[in-house]
Write a protein that binds this ligand. Sequence first.
Ligand SMILES: NC(=O)C1=CN([C@@H]2O[C@H](COP(=O)(O)OP(=O)(O)OC[C@H]3O[C@@H](n4cnc5c(N)ncnc54)[C@H](O)[C@@H]3O)[C@@H](O)[C@H]2O)C=CC1
Ligand SMILES: O=C(CO)COP(=O)(O)O
Length: 332
Amino acid sequence: MRRAVVLTAGSWGTVFAKVLADAGTRVDLVARDGALVRAINERHVNPRYLPAVGLPERVRASTEPGPALATARLVVLAVPAQVLRPALAHWAPLTAPDAIYVSLMKGVEAGSTLRMSQVIAEVAQVPPERVAVVSGPNLAHEIAAEHPAATVVASTSARTAQLVQTACWTPYFRPYTSADVIGCELGGAVKNVIALAAGMLAGMGFGTNSEASLITRGLAETQRLGTALGAYPMTFAGLAGLGDLVATCGSTLSRNRTFGEKLGRGMTLGQVEAEQQQVAEGVRSCRPLLAMADQHGVAMPITRQVERVLYEGLPPLEAVKELMSREPGPEY
Ligand SMILES: NC(=O)C1=CN([C@@H]2O[C@H](COP(=O)(O)OP(=O)(O)OC[C@H]3O[C@@H](n4cnc5c(N)ncnc54)[C@H](O)[C@@H]3O)[C@@H](O)[C@H]2O)C=CC1
Ligand SMILES: O=C(CO)COP(=O)(O)O
């Protein structure tokens, strides 16, 4: 039987472990908390992140990644983007030499501005062909409830993408392959920033036209950055682009949208961070994304305003006014 290790048992890691197990893979799910490990092994639930979801018996939890990493073919990484580097530096030396790394993360590393697959290749010292990225409209709680959804598995190696596709294909989860790693990763990272803005609009009481305009112009700036970095333009019309943007901006299940909504109601960055337990990747990724945009001479006006709301204390309503009063121009 195929074997995978999932690091770690947060919300998406736990649900993806279920997906892999439902697709016939034996899964070792690593958690940092012993009580969480006992609950998963004895009661088959993750009480911290998904208390109402039964996990398959094929998912076994442990606090100790070493034994599972030594033999697993797939090493699935689901930690906040900003902790990937130190966490993987610990895990990579324990990993089987022919393992394939699968990134579930939707963020960009602050400082280096590297995408997650680049951090993996650098830290684990593996060629890009041994790395795959999974990205799409995949709100963890909906996938856990087996609501049908699709996703993209991207890798520079068609063989790697197909292997991961087979490993996570279930009656409720439909993966498509892609060779566009850059586009899939940027689609996932930028949509989190746009979802912060969508939440702000909702928090300020604006309606559907505002949200649709934001999503569409958000997609335009995502595509501008992506194509400047070598992504395929069509990726942004796909599941990892428009698909994920619509899901995340429109759902109250999204942590980024929820975070933005609180900002839109007048809370400060510090106040929202103190309240929200789970990661909202857009908060830490917006600055490195802007740095990438600046490097390539790409305009990202929405991302810029989100950054100013987060880090310069610009009131969200002022941010909207400034966006709306820019000199009008052609759509393309
Ligand atoms: N939750 C969702 O619906 C989806 C999330 N993602 C992405 O997956 C990634 C992970 O997200 P979630 O699982 O939702 O986050 P989460 O906040 O629910 O869980 C984060 C996990 O990382 C662990 N962790 C935190 N710091 C760590 C460290 N220093 N070393 C080792 N482990 C550490 C936590 O213990 C927890 O298990 C993010 O990049 C997110 O954008 C992608 C698709 C869907
Ligand atoms: O990436 C996601 C859905 O595809 C989850 O979004 P949030 O991290 O905002 O919850």
